[in-house]
Design a protein around this ligand. Structure first.
Ligand code: URA
Length: 192
């Protein structure tokens, strides 16, 4: 456990904790506000993220940004990270050992950010954070309280690319997140 960002960020440089290090261009650590009250967790970097070093900048990320625009959510007010920080080959689901090797970084990020709300985007985020017994189809859209944190599982933005129903559900889930943020006096909205 590192007690500050500088130490944590230094500790990941050149990470060789799993085999995903072999093909990476960049370690994709996070994006957004380190003091955010709302944190988003995805699966792992794709090709664009690996090239640029920032999470959710590719097609799926752009679709997510479009939803945020419609909901007037300010991406820069959120903290965005992934289960694994290096790109799995051909965007496959991270293997158990890869996720486990990377989870300590994510746990440390959660401890330093101290979010009130964590959005789990997709099955990989849900299962690795809340447990393998959870399924995204039944868990999505419902709040789960664990210790001090409220979790909202939702679809992974990449799933929206193939399915319009999921687009609507993703939008509804973020509307709930927006309402909860408002109730908790958390500001995640774009200033007008
Ligand atoms: N998919 C993810 O899960 N994370 C990213 O950063 C990009 C795509």
């Amino acid at each position: 456990m590192y007690h500050n960002w500088e130490e944590l960020e230094r500790s990941i440089i050149g990470c060789k904790a799993c085999k995903l290090c072999q093909n990476r261009t960049n370690i994709v650590f996070a994006d957004g506000n380190k003091n955010a009250d709302v944190m988003l967790i995805g699966e792992g970097p794709g090709a664009d993220e690996d090239r640029i070093g920032i999470p959710f900048v590719g097609k799926a990320g752009q679709l997510m940004d479009k939803a945020f625009e419609g909901l007037r959510i300010d991406r820069s007010k959120l903290y965005i990270a992934n289960i694994v920080k290096c790109r799995p080959p051909n965007n496959r689901v991270p293997e158990k050992e890869e996720a486990e090797a990377c989870l300590n970084y994510l746990r440390n990020q959660v401890i330093l950010v101290r979010p009130q709300i964590i959005v789990l985007m997709g099955s990989t985020a849900l299962k690795n954070i809340l447990g393998q017994e959870y399924g995204i189809t039944s868990a999505r859209g419902k709040w789960i309280q664990k210790k001090e944190i409220l979790y909202m599982p939702t679809w992974h933005p990449a799933a929206l690319l193939r399915d319009d129903t999921k687009k609507i559900e993703f939008w509804k889930d973020f509307k709930k997140i927006k309402e909860m943020a408002e109730e908790k006096k958390i500001n995640i909205l774009k200033e007008i």
